[in-house]
Design a protein around this ligand. Structure first.
Ligand SMILES: [Zn+2]
Ligand SMILES: [Zn+2]
Length: 406
C-alpha cells in the first residue's frame, strides 16, 4: 500500500510499504477514505518530537471503511464506515474506566520510554513517534486499529467525510479545551491560536455559554475563520499588545479563562522569543512557550488556563509566580476523544455544528509532501488539509470553503 512516511527533519515521502495485518484478536483493518494533517504532525515534521525513525508512517486523524476484523471485535462488521479516535485505548484499565482514555495503561508498548521523559506514560497514539507506541499512522491507504472494539465509532452514510473526520481529534480537542474552562454565563474566554483546535475551542466556548470570546492570531484568514466560529473580537498580535487589549476589553480584570491552542512552536515578538529560539536550537529548551506565558499573565485572578496546545518537554521562564499569586487553575491533557465522539456526532447530525468550515485544501494522499510544506509555511491561506487516497489535487484549492475578508 501507499503511506506517508517520515524521512527526517522537514522531509516526508509517499512510500510503498507492506499492507497492515491483524496481529491481535481485537484489531481491525480500516481502508482509509479521508485523513488530515494536524498541527501536531508539524512538530514531528519539524523534528521537535524525539524517537521518530525513518520510515515511520504518519497520521492520527483518519476515517474509513472496515475491511477486516479480528475474532475479538464483535461490534464492527466489514463494510462499516467509522471514525477512529487518535489515542489508542483498551477500555478496561484504571484510566479507561474513568473515561480518561488518553491515559490508557495498556496501549503504549514503549511506556518505559515515556516514563523516562514524563514520569508516567500516556496512551499509545497513532503515527506519533515511538514514545507513544510507534504505531503506524493513518496517512495511508490502510491502517491497523488496535482495540477496535473500543475506539472506532460508526458514522451514518448521510454525513460525508468532511463533516465527521474531525471527530478523530481536533473537534473533541477544542471542545475539551473549552469544557476545562468551566464556563459560567457572562464569562469572557480568550483563545491563543486560530488553527483548527483554536477554532473549535472558540466554537465550543460559545456552545458552552461564554458571553464573549476573543480570538488571537496573526494570519488574517485564520482570524476570519475565528469570526465564523463565533469569536466576538479578533486580535492580530502583530498589530496590538495582547495584554493591553485584553485588559481594556475586560474592565482591567482579564479574561475568565484563557486557552493556549498554539503549543510548542509559538511565534512571538521580542527578546524572549529570540531567547526561546536560541535555547531550542541549542537543545537547552525543547519547547517555545510564548503563548502559554502570555495566557498565564493575561488570565484574571482565580481564572482557568486551559492548554490543548501540544508541549513535549521542558520550557523556560514559566511565570509560576503568576500562577500562584493569582490562584490560577491550569488544565491540560491529550484529549479523551472516546468520551466526546458520540455526543459531538449527535450535534453534527442535528446540524448544530458543521466542522467542515475549517477545511481549506483537499489533496490526494500522494501529494502529502507538498501538503506538509504548504501547511508548515501557512502558504495559500492554508488552515486545514484533508487528504483522500483517490482525492483531487492541490490545484483545486477549495475557495468555496474559505471566507476571506477582502
Ligand atoms: Zn491531530
Ligand atoms: Zn485502558
Amino acid at each position: 500500500m501507499k503511506a506517508v512516511c517520515w524521512q527526517g527533519i522537514g522531509k516526508v515521502g509517499v512510500e510503498t510499504v507492506p499492507d497492515p495485518q491483524i496481529l491481535n484478536p481485537r484489531d481491525a483493518i480500516i481502508k482509509v477514505t479521508s485523513t488530515a494533517i494536524c498541527g501536531s504532525d508539524l512538530h514531528l515534521y519539524g523534528g521537535y518530537v524525539p524517537t521518530m525513525f525513518r520510515g515511520d508512517i504518519l497520521g492520527h486523524e483518519f476515517m474509513g471503511e472496515v475491511v477486516e476484523v479480528g475474532p475479538g471485535v464483535t461490534n464492527l462488521a466489514v463494510g462499516d464506515r467509522v471514525v477512529v479516535p487518535f489515542p489508542i485505548s483498551c477500555g478496561n484499565c484504571y484510566f479507561c474506566e474513568k473515561e480518561l482514555y488518553s491515559l490508557c495503561e495498556n496501549s503504549n508498548p514503549n511506556a518505559h520510554l515515556a516514563e523516562k521523559f514524563w514520569g508516567h506514560s500516556p496512551a499509545g497514539i497513532f503515527g506519533y513517534s515511538h514514545i507513544t507506541g510507534g504505531y503506524a499512522g493513518g496517512q495511508a491507504e490502510y491502517v491497523r486499529v488496535p482495540f477496535a472494539d473500543v475506539g472506532p465509532l460508526k458514522v451514518p452514510d448521510t454525513l460525508d467525510d468532511d463533516k465527521v473526520l474531525f471527530l478523530t481529534d481536533v473537534l473533541p480537542t477544542g471542545y475539551m479545551a473549552a469544557e476545562q474552562c468551566d464556563i459560567q454565563p457572562g464569562d469572557t474566554v480568550a483563545v491563543w491560536g486560530c488553527g483548527p483546535v483554536g477554532l473549535f475551542s472558540i466554537q465550543s466556548a460559545k456552545l458552552l455559554g461564554a458571553s464573549f470570546v476573543i480570538a488571537i492570531d496573526r494570519f488574517p484568514e485564520r482570524l476570519a475563520k475565528a469570526k465564523i466560529a463565533g469569536a466576538d473580537v479578533t486580535l492580530n498580535y502583530e498589530e496590538h499588545s495582547v495584554l493591553t487589549v485584553l485588559k481594556d476589553l475586560t474592565g482591567g480584570r482579564g479574561p475568565d479563562a484563557c486557552i493556549d491552542a498554539v503549543g510548542l512552536e509559538a511565534h512571538m515578538h521580542g527578546a524572549t522569543h529570540i531567547y526561546d529560539r536560541v535555547k531550542q536550537a541549542m537543545r537547552l529548551e525543547s519547547d517555545r512557550p510564548g503563548a502559554l506565558r502570555e495566557a498565564i499573565v493575561a488570565c484574571r485572578n482565580g481564572g482557568v488556563v486551559s492548554v490543548p496546545g501540544v508541549y513535549g518537554g521542558l520550557v523556560d521562564k514559566m511565570p509560576v509566580g503568576s500562577i500562584v499569586n493569582k490562584a490560577l487553575t491550569i488544565k491540560s491533557g491529550q484529549t479523551h476523544v472516546h468520551r466526546y465522539m458520540r455526543p459531538l456526532l449527535e450535534r453534527i447530525e442535528k446540524g448544530e455544528i458543521d466542522p467542515s468550515f475549517i477545511i481549506t485544501h483537499h489533496l490526494r494522499l500522494d501529494e502529502a509532501p507538498l501538503g506538509y510544506e504548504v501547511f508548515r509555511n501557512k502558504e495559500d491561506e492554508c488552515v486545514k488539509i484533508v487528504m483522500k487516497p483517490d482525492g483531487q489535487s492541490l490545484a483545486s484549492h477549495d475557495h468555496s470553503h474559505s471566507s476571506h475578508v477582502h
